[in-house]
Design a protein around this ligand. Structure first.
Ligand code: ATP
Length: 300
């Protein structure tokens, strides 16, 4: 049985459609990403999964249970860290962990959790005095305190510096390695590419793509780009004739050839054949960013 199933979910606010027929399943042990532009319906979708919103129509199941009808059971199975979570400013880390532990019948050992999440030195620190990264780690700890089988993490690393973001990624991986299924909402392609087993791209309330990050990248219009000093004696027509070549342009004194893996291979062979050296040669692969922009036609 999948850990999370969403089938043909619809949700409107007033007359305005936020979620318009979203379907996906998350298997046990997966890190499943939900990506999409602002206002796409990501948070509404995961709030329906958590039983915090009632769908207008469609089916949601968490370990086979309806999160609205079986809300208490589902809160035991599913930990939730929602976007823009806030705690009372004066609450210390210890107090917050103890308080949230008291909501659960069989909570995790909060001291062990604090240690695992690198918060043991902050137990006496008030919430308002924690750094952004420490606050996020506390929210992960609170989402895990009920020993859930799955956890929803919504825009976990927004506002963190690159180090804080990487530390948080390592934490998310360790959460999954401990056997917890992760449903991750993110705006960061690098984050999705690094962490997620599969990704659903949601745009205007609909799933526009659902695949592994590598599968999505494979759909990017241009898989690979070769660029080199424009003074290199190779004609644009010659480059465009290479297999898979999609375009050639000159940018900032560099020739930029877009194509795929076959284009790169053929380009290298062309250099050897012609005994030409392409100075400043760089080959870059498409990223999830490229695929995302192709899929949504939107800025992040
Ligand atoms: P973001 O990336 O900006 O967080 P999102 O993809 O999570 O966006 P949602 O927060 O689910 O999107 O919002 C989807 C749509 O529903 C938006 O148009 C939003 O303005 C609207 N919406 C969300 N919550 C409410 C609400 N409580 N009342 C009315 N409209 C809402």
């Amino acid at each position: 049985m999948p850990m999370i199933e969403v089938h043909d979910l619809h949700k409107s606010y007033g007359g305005r459609t936020a979620v318009d027929g979203v379907s996906f399943t998350v298997e046990e042990g997966e890190i499943f990403g939900v990506l999409g532009p602002n206002g796409a319906g990501k948070t509404t979708t995961v709030e329906c999964v958590a039983g915090l919103r009632v769908p207008d129509s469609g089916t949601v199941r968490v370990a086979g249970l309806d999160p609205v009808a079986r809300h208490t059971d589902v809160t035991r199975l599913l930990g939730v860290q929602l976007q823009q979570s806030e705690l009372q400013a004066k609450l210390t880390v210890r107090e917050a962990l103890e308080l949230y532990a008291s909501f659960h019948e069989r909570p995790a050992d909060w001291r062990g959790l604090a240690e695992r999440l690198g918060l043991d030195a902050q137990l006496g620190t008030r919430y308002a005095k924690l750094s952004g990264g420490q606050q996020q780690r506390l929210f992960i700890a609170l989402a895990l305190i009920g020993n859930p089988r799955a956890v929803i993490l919504d825009e976990l690393t927004t506002g963190l510096d690159p180090r804080g973001r990487r530390d948080t990624w390592a934490l998310v991986e360790s959460v999954r390695d401990s056997g917890v299924t992760v449903l991750l909402v993110t705006h960061f392609m690098e984050e999705a590419q690094r962490l997620c087993d599969r990704v659903a791209v949601i745009d205007r309330g609909r799933v526009t793509a659902l695949d592994t990050p590598a599968g999505l990248i494979g759909r990017a219009a241009h898989g690979s780009t070769v660029s080199f000093d424009a003074a290199t004696p190779l004609a644009a027509a010659e480059l465009l004739a290479l297999p898979g070549a999609a375009g050639v342009e000159t940018r900032d004194g560099r020739t930029v050839l877009t194509g795929n893996d076959a284009t790169v291979d053929a380009f290298v062979q062309l250099l050897a054949r012609r005994a030409v050296t392409a100075r400043g040669l760089r080959v870059t692969d498409a990223t999830l960013d490229d695929a995302y922009l192709d899929l949504t036609g939107a800025d992040q």
